[in-house]
Design a protein around this ligand. Structure first.
Ligand SMILES: Cc1cc2nc3c(=O)[nH]c(=O)nc-3n(C[C@H](O)[C@H](O)[C@H](O)COP(=O)(O)OP(=O)(O)OC[C@H]3O[C@@H](n4cnc5c(N)ncnc54)[C@H](O)[C@@H]3O)c2cc1C
Length: 467
C-alpha cells in the first residue's frame, strides 16, 4: 500500500489537526537531545486518547508504517529519533492528571504529562513523584518510564521503576491493556508491567500511568564541598551514608565542569578556593535545633579530619538553588563550548575507585590532547564524562578519536562488570556497545520478547538492537 493511501486513511479516520507534515515540525519532532542523528519522519501524529493511539497503531500495521513514540524529546540516546520515514507518535496532547489520592499516595496521569507539572500537581498535598533531574521541565512521564530514568535523587529513592504502580499500554495489536492497576501487592505471576519500563518504547506505547508518591522532604540542607581527589569523594560518601541525616543527593564533578558552568552562567563559586573535584550534597534532617547542631558537628569533623578542603552550607533557599545550578547547568554549559561526546556508564559502587583510577590513567596516557569533564551520580556508581571537541580539530578526526576512547572505555566497563548505559538508555547511540553489557544468550531472549509484542518490527525499529 502506498504512503498516499496511508495518509488518505488518516484523513478519513481522524480530525484535521491529528497529524502534521510541516517540514519544521518534522525536523523538530524527529530528533531528541542527542542532536547527532538526522531526523526524517514522514509525519507527526498527536492523538488525544488511548483509543486514538490504538486506531493509529492498527492503521500503521496495516500499511507497514513504523512508529516512533515521543515524549519531551530530552532523551540522550536517540531513542525518540525518527531517521527512516517513521511516523512520530507524540503524546503531547495526552497530559491530563487526575487528583492525587491521599489514601493510596498515588496519582493517575496521562503519559504526556510533563515531569515538573506532575511535581507541581502533587506538591500542595505534601507529596512528590521523586524522579528528578535537570530536564524535568520538558521530559514526560511516558519518556521517564520508557527510559527508567535515574537522576539526582536515585540515591534516596531508587530508579523510576520503583515509583510506577500501574501502566496502561497500547500494544502493536491495538490492544489497550491495563497492567497492575492500583495494586500495591499482586503476586499473580509474571509482572508484565516491568517489560515496558526501560525498554525505550520498543514493546508498547505507554498511554497512562498510576504513579506512587513520596512525602515531600522537610528541612533540607545543601552542602558544597571542594575535595582533593576522587578517592576522597568516595570517603566522604561513606561518611555521608553514616551521617546524622537522610542523604537525598550526592553529586560530584571535576573543576573543569565548575569553571564551564561559572563561565556560561556568569556566576561565582561559593567556595573561596579551587579544588580538583567537588561534591554537592543534599540531606534531610529533623527541624529541631538539636538536629541542626548534630549536622554542624558532623560538618566540623570533616574539616578536622581534612576530608574536605573547603565547603559551604547554603544559608538561604536562593543559595541552595545556586549550588544546584552548578550541578544542573553542566550539560548545557559544556554544550555551549563545542561539540560534546558524552558517556553515561556505571560500575558496582564497590569498584568505583579502581575503575576511575584506571580510566584516568588511560585518558592521561593515550588521550592527553582531550579534556574530559567528569560529573555524575557517584553515589549510584554512575559516572558521566563528556569530552569536548578541541577547536582546532575537525569533526571527523574528533569522532574517530572518540570511537577509540569508546572501545577502551567499554572494555574497561566489561572488566569491572559495569553497564555501557547507566540511565540514558541504548537507543541508537549505544547499540553497537550493547554486547559489552549483555551476553549473546540474553540477546536471544530479548529478541524473542520483542517479536512477541511487535512481530512486524514496526515499533521504534532499530532502537536498542536490530532484529
Ligand atoms: C539537561 C539534561 C539532563 C538530563 N539528566 C538526566 C538524568 O539525570 N537522569 C536521566 O535518567 N536522564 C537524564 N536526561 C535524559 C532524559 O531527560 C530522560 O531520559 C527522560 O526520561 C526522557 O524523557 P522524554 O519525555 O524527554 O523522552 P523522549 O526523549 O521523548 O523519549 C525517550 C524514549 O522513550 C520513548 N518514549 C517516550 N514516550 C513514550 C511513551 N509514552 N510510550 C513508549 N515509549 C515512549 C521514546 O521512543 C524514546 O525511546 C537528561 C537530559 C537532559 C537534556
Amino acid at each position: 500500500m502506498s504512503g498516499d493511501t496511508f495518509f488518505k486513511q488518516l484523513d478519513e479516520q481522524f480530525a484535521k489537526d491529528f497529524y502534521t507534515r510541516e517540514p519544521s515540525e518534522l525536523a523538530e519532532y524527529g530528533k531528541d537531545w542527542t542532536k547527532v542523528f538526522l531526523p526524517n519522519p514522514c509525519a507527526i501524529a498527536f492523538p488525544r486518547s488511548a483509543i486514538e493511539v490504538s486506531k493509529l497503531v492498527k492503521l500503521c500495521v496495516k500499511n507497514k508504517v513504523a512508529i516512533v513514540p515521543s515524549g519531551g524529546r530530552t532523551g540522550l540516546a536517540g531513542g525518540a529519533v525518527a531517521p527512516n520515514g517513521e511516523i512520530v507518535l507524540s503524546l503531547k496532547r495526552m497530559n491530563k492528571m487526575q487528583p492525587v489520592n491521599p489514601t493510596s499516595l498515588t496519582v493517575r496521569v496521562e503519559a504526556g504529562a510533563v515531569t515538573q507539572a506532575v511535581h507541581e500537581h502533587c506538591a500542595p498535598e505534601g507529596l512528590t513523584w521523586p524522579v528528578d533531574f535537570a530536564s524535568k521541565g520538558s521530559s514526560t512521564i511516558g519518556g521517564n518510564i520508557s527510559t527508567n530514568a535515574g537522576g539526582v535523587k536515585v540515591i534516596r529513592y531508587g530508579l523510576t521503576r520503583n515509583w510506577v504502580l500501574g501502566l496502561q499500554v497500547v500494544t502493536m495489536n491495538g490492544d489497550i491493556i491495563e497492567f497492575n492497576g492500583d495494586l500495591e501487592k499482586n503476586n499473580s505471576g509474571t509482572d508484565l508491567r516491568q517489560l515496558f519500563i526501560g525498554t525505550e518504547g520498543t514493546l508498547g506505547i505507554i498511554t497512562e500511568a498510576t504513579l506512587k508518591l513520596a512525602r515531600l522532604p522537610g528541612e533540607l540542607d545543601v552542602f558544597f564541598f571542594g575535595l582533593k581527589s576522587i578517592p576522597d569523594v568516595l570517603k566522604l560518601f561513606t561518611e555521608a551514608r553514616r551521617g546524622p541525616f537522610t542523604l537525598n543527593a550526592f553529586e560530584t564533578f571535576t573543576d573543569n565542569c565548575l569553571k564551564a558552568v561559572l563561565n556560561h552562567r556568569k556566576m561565582y563559586s561559593p567556595l573561596t578556593s579551587d579544588s580538583p573535584c567537588y561534591v554537592l550534597m543534599e540531606v534531610e534532617r529533623a527541624t529541631t535545633s538539636a538536629s541542626k547542631n548534630e549536622v554542624e558537628n558532623w560538618l566540623a569533623s570533616l574539616f578536622d579530619r581534612e576530608l574536605v578542603c573547603d565547603g559551604v552550607l547554603a544559608q538561604t533557599p536562593r543559595e541552595a538553588t545556586d549550588i544546584w545550578t552548578l550541578r544542573e547547568g553542566i550539560a548545557e554549559s559544556l554544550a555551549a563550548i563545542n561539540m560534546n561526546h558524552k558517556h553515561d556508564v556505571s560500575v558496582p559502587i564497590a569498584k568505583l575507585e579502581p575503575f576511575i583510577a584506571e580510566l584516568s590513567q588511560s585518558l592521561k596516557q593515550t588521550y592527553k590532547q582531550f579534556n574530559a569533564f567528569v560529573f555524575g551520580h557517584i553515589g549510584d556508581g554512575n559516572l558521566h564524562f563528556n569530552v569536548v571537541k578541541p577547536n582546532d580539530m575537525s569533526k571527523e578526526d574528533f569522532l574517530k578519536n572518540m570511537s577509540f576512547i569508546d572501545q577502551d572505555l567499554f572494555k574497561l566497563i566489561q572488566k569491572y562488570s559495569g553497564s555501557v548505559s547507566a540511565e540514558h538508555g541504548i537507543g541508537l547511540l549505544k547499540k553497537k556497545a550493547l554486547h559489552y553489557t549483555r551476553t549473546s544468550v540474553e540477546m536471544v531472549y530479548l529478541k524473542s520478547i520483542k517479536k512477541v509484542f511487535d512481530p512486524e518490527n514496526l515499533l521504534n525499529p532499530g532502537k536498542i538492537f536490530d532484529l
